[in-house]
Design a protein around this ligand. Structure first.
Ligand SMILES: Nc1nc2c(c(=O)[nH]1)N[C@H]1C(S)=C(S)[C@@H](COP(=O)(O)OP(=O)(O)OC[C@H]3O[C@@H](n4cnc5c(N)ncnc54)[C@H](O)[C@@H]3O)O[C@H]1N2
Ligand code: MOO
Length: 390
């Protein structure tokens, strides 16, 4: 059995960053920017007022000074002329500051009568002017790779970038296997259960930027599995669920081998997730997850998400490892790395008492997978433990 780190290195070796495509800005959120993008203009493109008030000359600002209002500058409609001594221009937030003006006094500090304004006694020294290019200047770059967030989308829009270069979405085919499985909403016979893993994993991969191709459930026969494998053609990664262990009906590895898969490894010193398998069939990367629901979800988070991030061209492919103090004492760990379902409360980690790999209700209540290395000794409350968020 290989270690989790060795298995991670091996699965990352099976995939590579995908090519770039251009998408409209409206659908760029959540995608990975694959090339740096440059601002097509500066923002603001002109010195702009940040307040509603009057534009004038700073040198003329003094208590009770009077000015003649000679025109107006509104957002989208600048004042055409040049401001001269003793003059003021009515100005609104976002409007270009007129030639000759270098100060905006807010309207609350002004008394107006007809076309004349008089300043009050306490004028703030702040000029209320946003300089041209104060946010960004033409040619400035948004660096890549980068997972685009709503704030990035706003920035790209302001930079006048209507189409964005992003990495193509990796296509992940998901194959649930087993005679016992029916789809949610179907009518199971007494010895059947509902396929849950494929739904949880599809949600996980889509959240992380994949396009999921959900294959029909394969039965525990060589013919059914071969047909299912053929439906994965053209995908970047095939994720199989179940049939990975040593039972008579666990056929994933033998069928994949018969089809020509080059196996990278089988079995990892990890709990849950021991019977994990990975390899390559032509251009198609394959990862075989164990069928137990929590095992499948944990292996999805620990192995498939890093593969997905690599395909997306991200440089940070591993889940960030955090640390928090334990909320209670725990006994020694066994020979496999243990990814324990845990809750985070007030900054402390509370691993659940029930760690069986079939318990989705426990996983759904967990915030984190607390990582225990093989043979980790007993730990006390308040000892720092590593974890990843889920
Ligand atoms: N003699 C041994 N038996 C087992 C070993 C072992 O080392 N020796 N390992 C155990 C471990 S650990 C795991 S994990 C499981 C993994 O087995 P498989 O990958 O072959 O999974 P299945 O047998 O197909 O299913 C296990 C369990 O999960 C349910 N399942 C399967 N697919 C789904 C799905 N899509 N949605 C929901 N539930 C699913 C299935 O009905 C079984 O209950 O093997 C142990 N055995
Ligand atoms: O690897 Mo199994 O996933 O421990 O239940």
């Amino acid at each position: 059995m290989i270690s989790v780190d060795e298995a991670l290195a091996a699965v990352l070796n099976l995939v590579a960053p995908l090519e770039t495509e251009a998408v409209p800005l409206r659908v760029a959120n959540g995608r990975v920017l694959s090339k740096p993008v440059t601002a097509q203009r500066s923002q603001p493109p002109f010195a702009a007022s940040s307040m509603d008030g009057y534009a004038l000359r700073r040198a003329e600002v003094e208590p009770d000074a009077m000015f003649k209002v000679v025109g107006e500058a509104a957002a989208g409609h600048g004042y055409e002329g040049t401001l001269r001594a003793g003059q003021a221009v009515r100005i609104f937030t976002g409007a270009p500051v007129p030639e000759g003006a270098d100060f905006v006094v807010i309207q609350e500090d002004v008394t107006r009568r007809g076309n004349l304004i008089t300043l009050g006694h306490h004028i703030d020294a702040k000029d209320n002017i946003r300089p041209a290019g104060g946010d960004f200047t033409v040619g400035e770059e948004l660096s890549a790779p980068r997972s685009l967030r709503p704030a990035d989308v706003a920035l790209l829009a302001a930079m006048n970038v209507p189409n964005v270069p992003v990495t193509r979405k990796p296509v992940i085919a998901i194959l649930a296997t087993g005679d016992e499985l029916v789809q949610p909403g179907e009518d199971p016979s007494p010895d059947q259960i509902i396929a849950s893993n494929s739904y949880g994993l599809a949600a996980m991969f889509e959240d992380a930027g994949a396009e999921v191709r959900m294959l029909p459930i394969a039965r525990d026969t060589t013919a059914s599995l071969k047909q299912a494998f053929s439906l994965a053609k053209g995908a970047d990664l095939l994720v199989t669920i179940g049939g990975a262990s040593v039972g008579d009906h666990d056929l994933i590895a033998p069928v994949a081998a018969e089809l020509g898969m080059e196996q990278a490894f089988y079995k990892v010193a990890m709990r849950p997730g021991k019977p994990l398998m990975a390899g390559k069939l032509g251009n198609l990367a394959i990862i075989g997850l164990p069928g137990n629901p929590v095992s499948a979800m944990v292996c999805g988070a620990v192995f498939v998400l890093p593969m997905l991030r690599r395909m997306l061209g991200l440089t940070q492919v591993h889940a960030p490892i955090c640390e928090a103090p334990l909320g209670r004492d725990i006994g020694p760990n066994g020979p496999r790395a243990h990814y324990m379902r845990a809750r985070l409360r007030d900054g402390m980690l509370y691993p659940d008492d029930r760690q069986d790999s079939s318990l989705l209700s426990v996983l759904a209540q967990a915030d984190a997978l607390m990582i225990r290395p093989p043979h980790d000794p007993a730990r006390n409350a308040k000892d720092l433990q590593p974890y990843i968020l889920i």
